[in-house]
Design a protein around this ligand. Structure first.
Ligand code: ZN
Length: 265
């Protein structure tokens, strides 16, 4: 069987695109990421294409190995494939297994998870600010509610070898620095420059610079790129950020795998 054995810890970016234009045109894939940490398999933000990207990945990633799916917020580019992936996690609905974590408004008036799928998962958990969640022997925290159009959280994952922080979509606010102190810092940076200030609630490149400089992780990774970032070539921007901050900064690419904790050594 393909994709039935995974070894070592890693973060694999199955998609590194963000925002509407990039997602609609699939300039970059919008599939989110597979995290295997302390042997626990989690899927973060399965946007459109996530299920296909799992199976087309080399080697294939079998979604029935997932222990959980986390949705940082209900926007399409983060939750578009949640139903497809949930059904795949439960072995096409034949086995009650796995967890789904999502903010309360993702189950609200216009839910992003079909009702018929909910009894198929072992655990459906609503994310809240300041709370920690345990999946097998892995713990993650959603430290603070972000400033975004809908209820949104980032992740903090304390591991035996260090901390991982993933800052999902948000407008910059200075408290992010203390909430996301980490050794590996992953940032969703859709925008090169601020546009329509106050209206588009996203990080832009200068925000990423401040966060990296202040948090000083061992490695920082930029992802979730919109058109303005892609036109400016993220790998060039990442190299410039490395020079400016003294921190090793990488630009994620579709299919890129971070082997952990080797990356930080
Ligand atoms: Zn969003």
């Amino acid at each position: 069987m393909m994709g039935n054995e995974l070894q070592g810890d890693f973060i694999k970016f199955l998609g590194t695109g963000g925002a509407r234009v990039v997602v609609s045109r699939q300039v970059r894939a919008s599939a989110g990421a597979w995290l295997r940490l302390s042997g626990v398999n989690l899927y973060l933000d399965p946007g459109p294409g996530a299920l296909v990207k799992c199976w087309k990945s080399r080697p294939p990633l079998n979604p029935s190995l997932l222990d959980g799916i986390i949705i940082t917020h209900r926007h399409l580019d983060h939750a578009g494939d949640l139903n497809a992936l949930t059904e795949a996690m439960t072995e096409a609905g034949f086995k009650k297994r796995g967890s789904v974590f999502l903010p309360s408004d993702a189950l609200g008036e216009e839910p992003v998870l079909f009702r018929y799928l909910r009894p198929l998962v072992e655990r459906l958990e609503v994310l809240e600010a300041g709370k920690s969640y345990k999946v097998k022997n892995l713990v993650f925290t959603t430290p603070v509610r972000h400033l975004h159009a809908v209820e949104t959280y980032g992740l903090l994952l304390p591991l035996p070898w260090g901390r991982i922080a993933w800052i999902a979509d948000t407008l910059y606010f200075p408290e992010l620095i203390d909430y996301y102190r980490s050794d590996l810092l992953i940032l969703n940076v859709p925008l090169l420059e601020p546009r329509a200030p106050g209206k588009i609630q996203h990080l832009f490149l200068a925000d990423a610079r401040v966060l990296i400089r202040e948090i000083r992780p061992k490695v920082a990774v930029l992802t979730h790129f919109g058109m303005t970032m892609l036109r400016a070539r993220p790998w060039v921007l990442a190299e410039r950020l490395s020079d400016e901050t003294g921190v090793r900064v990488l630009a994620a690419q579709d299919g890129m795998t971070l082997s952990l904790p080797e990356l930080l050594q």
